[in-house]
Structures are given as structure tokens and as C-alpha cells.
Design a protein around this ligand. Sequence first.
Ligand code: ZN
Length: 73
Amino acid sequence: MSNKADSPKASAPRPCVYCRKQPAVAAFKPFCSEGCRSRDLNAWLSDVYVIPGNANEDELSDMSALDKPHEAG
Ligand SMILES: [Zn+2]
């Protein structure tokens, strides 16, 4: 007597990869809305632009001078 086949891995709408609360919308795949898409893109970009302290062997030019002492914070 199973009329509703609710298979977890069968044609189940994927949740928004950003908020993971609402199902992704085709128009904003894999996000649920433009807001989530924009936010995710923003986070991704800022993460890319903001170069962490990771080694940058490709960096030949010495942009940053010697270690700058932290100012009063
Ligand atoms: Zn979302």
C-alpha cells in the first residue's frame, strides 16, 4: 500500500548549495534564489581576491615590504 514513493535519492530536488534550506531553482541552479547565488559568488570572489598567507611561489615581485608590526588594535 505504498502510493507515495518517497525515495531519498530519486528525483529529489537538491537543496540550495548556499543556504541548504530551500530547494534549488532551475533559474538559479544550484541555488534557490539570486540572493544565495550572489552571496555565494561574493564569498567565493572575496576568498579568491584576498590572498591568504599561503605560499605564493609564483610571486616574483616583492610587493610587501618587511613584516609590518601590528599597530595598536
Ligand atoms: Zn539558498
